[in-house]
Ligand binder design. Structure first.
Ligand SMILES: C[S@@+](CC[C@H](N)C(=O)[O-])C[C@H]1O[C@@H](n2cnc3c(N)ncnc32)[C@H](O)[C@@H]1O
Length: 285
């Protein structure tokens, strides 16, 4: 299998399975950075892609920068949240090699924790340095106990950018319940893919790196039902997102009539008012 980025490969990093999929958004951001009119302008993604080769062949997406738009939308919501909660705890779940901590540049009063699988955090440490208020945590999101080591606070923001698709819906429910049970209030920002998009993504990643996307969302009511303590406050369909350049938005206008394209990837925002949900007690018991 070829291991190369868009512009050719330095030494390989041995990531397999779900962990290896971090290359997909990373290369999309590097490509965006090198484009004449970047959406995200993520110099760190470009730096990382130039210094390490990750398995990418076979996972190539179309040229439409949907994953970059997804990151930009999530960044915008994160900034809005932090503008209101300067002392929040941010849990960036399944961070991969993403540079959100640098793009958002939270104030030092924020505690920001990037969480991912041990092999990913080991690689991540080559490119990022911990500081007061910023740390990296190696854990599986499906483990119940990692959250116990995270400082409590007045508000929490859980972010998952291209991650929850890899978990079972019950695992997402238990994870968010555990997080929200620990803080008086909070928000969760994450994306979901419909069955059509999930099927297409699985065709690419299963053969290429042995990863599996498990959670398809066709009806947002099914997500609401998983998060009984949460109120959905935002939905952005990537094909209509304000960060998507007009040259893509005009052709995507037909998606109004094509639900499987229209709802392929949606970014969701939930507010948790603070009453621990039923599932939280079960999840922390
Ligand atoms: C498609 S990548 C997205 C990475 C990053 N959020 C970004 O946007 O660049 C999916 C990420 O989810 C992580 N992931 C998947 N399952 C996980 C689990 N059970 N625990 C922790 N991380 C997980 C993978 O290691 C990978 O970094």
């Amino acid at each position: 299998m070829e291991r190369s980025g868009p512009d050719g490969p330095p030494p390989a990093a041995p990531l397999e399975g779900d962990a290896a999929t971090l290359a997909i958004p990373l290369y999309a951001k590097a490509r965006d950075f090198r484009s004449p009119r970047p959406i995200l302008g993520d110099a760190k993604a470009d730096e990382i892609v130039r210094s390490v080769s990750l398995r990418f062949e076979g996972m190539r997406t179309s040229g439409v920068p949907l994953l970059v738009v997804r990151a930009a939308q999530i960044d915008a919501w994160v900034r809005a949240f932090l503008a209101e909660h300067a002392d929040a705890v941010v849990l960036h779940l399944g961070c991969g090699l993403d540079a959100r901590i640098l793009r958002v540049a939270p104030p030092p009063t924020v505690t920001w924790i990037d969480v991912d699988l041990p092999e990913v955090i080991a690689l991540r440490r080559r490119f990022y340095t911990e500081r007061a208020g910023y740390r990296m945590l190696a854990a599986s999101l499906t483990e119940a106990t990692w959250i116990d080591g995270v400082r409590p606070g007045s508000a929490v923001l859980a972010i998952a950018d291209g991650v929850f698709e890899y978990l079972e819906p019950e695992a997402v429910r238990d994870l968010l319940a555990r997080i929200m049970a620990r803080y008086p209030r909070g928000e969760a920002i994450f994306d979901v893919m419909n069955s059509f998009a999930l099927g297409q993504a699985n065709e690419r990643v299963q053969g290429a790196v042995g990863a599996t996307l498990r959670w398809a969302v066709d009806d947002l009511a099914s997500v609401d039902a998983l998060l009984p303590g949460g109120r959905r406050t935002g939905v952005v369909r990537l094909v209509f997102a304000r960060f998507l350049p007009w040259r893509y938005r005009l052709p995507f206008a037909i998606a109004v009539f094509a639900p499987r394209l229209r709802d392929a990837i949606r970014v969701l925002r939930y507010d948790f008012a603070g009453t621990p949900v039923d599932g939280a007690a079960a999840a922390t018991a």
